[in-house]
Design a protein. Structure first.
Length: 390
């Protein structure tokens, strides 16, 4: 089994930078505050139109046609419509399973957000707040939610697996990303006490999540644990007999994070980092547990033409308004092809990958502040020849 997949991010879980127009007329930076700044009618119209049009059957046919085998679908904690004022979206996930089964694709259902957030990122649902693991009733809510998802889709031909929680942050990444400064909370009182999760907590949560999910899965379906940005902290936990043959480790590897950790912002610097760090680490982990790179892309500051400070954009206050292309189309194609091929080679040391993301709703041609961000869009990367046929 080698997974060749792509994420359907920004469909059922919104990220402002991926479709800024959904946030027009508001100051909201995340999905938590969007419905507080729109009328109920306007909020429902925006969300329902977006969900109906952003991903359709046509996209599953396209994904299959370029040689991919799997899709990872981020879903929110309010997927069942039981957390007002948010609108549930389980019917769209139902449709995705029908499409996937029609076109011979497999789905990894990824719980991408948790109440009060597991990381404080915008992709965690609310910026600057990270208190989910400190709130026992919300931890139990998530466990029940996971069991409901497993009961609904376990045994479905299209299910590959379920990820109990996306990117629960721990101390090292909390520091690298400087969460308290990068993601300023709207409500400081709500954010008070925010802190990274501990590994001890995550060991217990993953154990409990596995117990809720696994009984509903067929033998070729998996529970997929995110590594919490500590790739080598899981060997003893994951090799316990109860998990054998039923779990996969998920790691997310981005060049923008490598830059924040000291990777040289040059083509040779990126390739060296990929070969000397990621390829070796993935091979080591794969020796005792299957591992997939659940998020990665070819985005990098070198191709953008300036240091993005860990992937920050004009939305984060970075000065990109006067950004200009510094490479010709052929030069940029060569840069991206080299980076794509180096990463794809590294991922061969594991069990597969999911590119982030399938598509974005950005105008990188007319808005100079988004130069370079088209490299997050796999469909566009493939059409431009930046990403090879797989």
């Amino acid at each position: 089994m080698f997974i060749k997949g792509v994420n359907l991010g920004n469909w059922l879980v919104l990220e402002k930078w991926m479709s800024p127009h959904l946030f027009d007329g508001t100051t909201a930076e995340d999905e938590y505050y969007l419905p507080t700044q729109l009328s109920r009618e306007a909020y429902e119209a925006r969300i329902l139109i977006h969900r109906s049009e952003y991903i359709t059957e046509r996209d599953f046919a396209k994904i299959k046609s370029i040689g991919l085998t799997h899709v990872r679908i981020p879903v929110p904690y309010f997927i069942f419509g039981d957390r007002a004022p948010f609108i549930g979206c389980i019917e769209y996930l139902d449709r995705a399973f029908t499409w996937a089964e029609k076109y011979g694709l497999k789905i990894l259902v990824d719980l991408h957000t948790a109440p009060l957030s597991q990381n404080g990122f915008d992709n965690g649902g609310i910026c600057g707040v990270c208190k989910w693991s400190q709130t026992p009733e919300e931890v139990e809510f998530v466990l029940n939610l996971l069991e409901r998802l497993a009961a609904r889709y376990g045994g479905r031909k299209g299910l590959f697996g379920i990820t109990p929680l996306n990117e629960p942050i721990t101390e090292p990444m909390w520091t690298v990303m400087n969460v308290a400064e990068r993601y300023r909370p709207v409500d400081p009182e709500l954010a008070r006490g925010s802190a990274p999760n501990t590994l001890d907590f995550l060991y217990g949560f993953y154990q409990d999540a596995f117990a809720r999910i696994a009984p509903h899965l067929d033998k070729d379906q998996y529970v997929v644990f995110h590594d919490a940005f500590q790739l080598k902290a899981w060997k003893d936990f994951l090799t316990q007999p109860a998990f054998q043959g039923k779990i996969i480790l998920d790691t997310h590897q981005y060049l923008m994070v490598a830059e924040a950790c000291g990777c040289e912002q040059s083509l040779s610097g990126y390739v060296r980092w990929i070969e000397e760090n990621w390829a070796k680490d993935i091979a080591e982990v794969q020796s005792y547990v299957p591992i997939v790179v659940g998020e990665w892309c070819i985005f990098n500051s070198y191709a953008v033409g300036k240091d993005t400070k860990g992937g920050q954009s004009a939305l984060n206050g970075m000065d990109f308004e006067q950004n200009v292309e510094i490479f010709t189309p052929d030069q940029k194609k060569a840069i991206y092809q080299t980076i794509a091929n180096a990463q794809l080679k590294a991922w061969q040391n594991g069990s597969g990958y999911f590119y982030w993301n399938y598509k974005l709703l950005l105008d990188t041609a007319n808005e100079p502040s988004w130069i370079g961000w088209d490299s997050w869009d796999l469909g566009l990367c493939h059409d431009k020849g930046w990403f090879p046929d797989v």
